[in-house]
Design a protein around this ligand. Sequence first.
Ligand SMILES: CC(C)(COP(=O)(O)OP(=O)(O)OC[C@H]1O[C@@H](n2cnc3c(N)ncnc32)[C@H](O)[C@@H]1OP(=O)(O)O)[C@@H](O)C(=O)NCCC(=O)NCCS
Length: 183
Amino acid sequence: MKNIIRRVFFLLGECLFVRSLNAAEPWSDGGITYGFATKSDYKRIRELYWTLSGSDFSRSQKCMLRLYINKQIVVAKMGAEVLGFNYYYRNLEDKKKQMIHEGYIGVLSSYNGKGVATSMRKYAHAYFRSEGLKGVSSRISEANMASLNSARKLGFKVIEKYFDAGMNECRYYLICTFNESDS
Ligand SMILES: CC(C)(COP(=O)(O)OP(=O)(O)OC[C@H]1O[C@@H](n2cnc3c(N)ncnc32)[C@H](O)[C@@H]1OP(=O)(O)O)[C@@H](O)C(=O)NCCC(=O)NCCS
């Protein structure tokens, strides 16, 4: 019971935190627009998440996303088509470290290898840095070279390697700390 109450208070605090984030201007590069998602992107993002991971967002994630998708998910779009998305939230550890967690990144397979994931991460890092956060944490499977390569390029460093029994694979816990000199 105590844990449920703690969790509810934590989520309420996170609602206030996400609400307090400022709006961000989109970027355009090579016909692709990078920016935060709108409510009309939600259905397509869920479908893409399902296609790429076989998972759906949890109940609490869905509640938060219905309210704050425009502060939690970065999308890469061509016109109205969602090519990829990058989902951010915090857990208690991130909050203590004044960081944000990259919960998921996915790009349509037909657009892989074109730098879309890297650009979404760059956009998100510039934004969260401008909002005063100190960095981004992430968890990536050892076998996921595409995600690891893009993350390393952005400055993520491995903090811990561990075996995830639920996923039955080795994973890395990584952190990218924003430098004072980053633009
Ligand atoms: C991981 C993923 C998001 C990467 O998206 P992307 O837009 O193709 O990535 P980028 O093009 O920005 O960069 C990927 C980097 O990895 C490299 N790369 C791509 N596929 C690779 C592979 N199979 N093995 C090794 N490197 C690979 C690319 O060449 C690029 O590096 P480079 O710029 O030095 O050439 C995409 O592959 C994806 O959606 N995968 C399925 C979902 C997933 O696994 N998500 C990650 C969960 S943590």
